[in-house]
Design a binder for this molecule. Structure first.
Ligand code: NAD
Length: 332
């Protein structure tokens, strides 16, 4: 088979090639730095399958183009599948496989790191001490112990984040459409969404982006939150209405925000744009707030996660060789 990887950085190429060797995969693997979009889809001409990541675009037009050039399978090297139109993939008979879990620890630990950094302002302290400025003004935090942490979505990542927060001595409450026995075993208490908004000092988002969860954090939701709430999003940018978030920050309703994901991140994250004029005004506005911390969709980025992603991708390629069974298939 011929397989094209889109959005490939050196770290992807190295890990994938090493895993292909380890697993004895002898197909032709082609690595492209380009993001998948309509204009770049022809790079997959003659390929049986493509491998894509979170900020690639596999909408109807792109899938039709891929089908036209011979692609019969799309492998996602991530868990989320909001970047692909599953209805169109099914119509065209394109098999969609994903990596359902690679390291929930990576993401939960990053969310905890963001919570600690926002609270104790390590990022500001780092910059100050590099210049021998040891003034503490502006670095005041609060004890996490005894605070209420609200977790939205207690799947693999949310449950672990709740466990970490419980380890700090926080009271952990959660909202999910299903209760997770693992989360309950960590002492996490389920409440309604409104109760979560009303009671939480810190809210961390861990639910997927669906049409039903798009802008779940909007003006109305922010209005129900405690004044000074800390908001952390390591899930998907589209969960938050950025304009409402900015209004919440300006009015001091929101005390601090950490974003690893942003609703306009596609085309921004994963590349160096220093020296360019950033066009997204909502994005640039966020950088004017001292209490906003942004990382570029890096929560997944650990050695273990990259290796697990590569291993499951090779398993998915093996499954394509025999046309199934597909344990990691994503269906509409
Ligand atoms: P998961 O499928 O194990 O858990 C998702 C949970 O969200 C489930 O318990 C589900 O019931 C719940 N949920 C669904 N709809 C909900 C709603 N309306 N309100 C509240 N909860 C709802 O997924 P996971 O592995 O824990 O991943 C969570 C999210 O993290 C993914 O959807 C993905 O978007 C994101 N993610 C981000 C990164 C990163 O690098 N930043 C990496 C991996 C995953």
């Amino acid at each position: 088979m011929k397989i094209a990887f889109f959005s490939s950085h050196a770290y992807d190429t190295e890990t994938m090639k090493a895993m292909a060797k380890q697993e004895g995969i002898e197909h032709e693997l082609h690595f492209f730095a380009h993001r998948l979009q309509y204009a770049t889809a022809p790079l997959a001409t003659g390929c049986d399958a493509i491998v894509i990541f979170v900020n690639d675009t596999a909408n109807a037009a792109v899938l039709h183009k891929l089908h036209e050039v011979g692609v019969r399978a799309v492998l996602l090297r991530c868990a989320g599948f909001d970047m692909i139109n599953l209805d169109v993939a099914a119509e065209l008979g394109i098999t969609v496989l994903r990596v359902p879990a690679y390291s929930p620890f990576a993401v939960a630990e990053h969310a905890a790191g963001l919570m600690m950094t926002l609270n104790r302002k390590y990022h500001r302290a780092y910059n100050r001490t590099r210049e021998f400025n040891f003034n503490l003004q502006g670095l005041l935090g609060f004890d996490l112990h005894g605070k209420t942490v609200g977790v939205m979505g207690t799947g693999k990542i949310g449950a672990l984040f709740g466990k970490i927060a419980a380890g700090f001595g926080c009271k952990v409450i959660a909202y999910d459409v299903y209760e997770n026995a693992e989360a309950l075993s960590y002492g996490i208490e389920y409440v309604s969404l409104d109760e979560l908004f009303a009671q939480s000092d810190i809210i961390s988002l861990h639910c997927p982006l669906f049409p039903s969860t798009h802008h779940v954090i909007n003006e109305d939701a922010i209005g129900k939150m405690k004044k000074g709430v800390m908001l952390i999003n390591t899930s998907r940018g589209g969960l938050i209405d950025t304009k409402a978030l900015i209004r919440g920050l300006k009015s001091d309703k929101i005390g601090s925000v950490a974003l690893d994901v942003f609703e306009g991140e596609n085309g921004i994250f994963y590349d160096d744009h220093s020296g360019e004029i950033m066009q997204d005004e909502n994005f640039t506005k966020l950088f004017t707030f001292h209490n906003v911390l942004v990382t570029g969709h890096q929560a997944f980025f650990t050695k273990e996660a990259l290796e697990n992603i590569a291993k499951t991708t090779m398993d998915n390629i093996r499954a394509l060789e025999t046309s199934g069974p597909y344990v990691n298939e994503v269906k509409k």
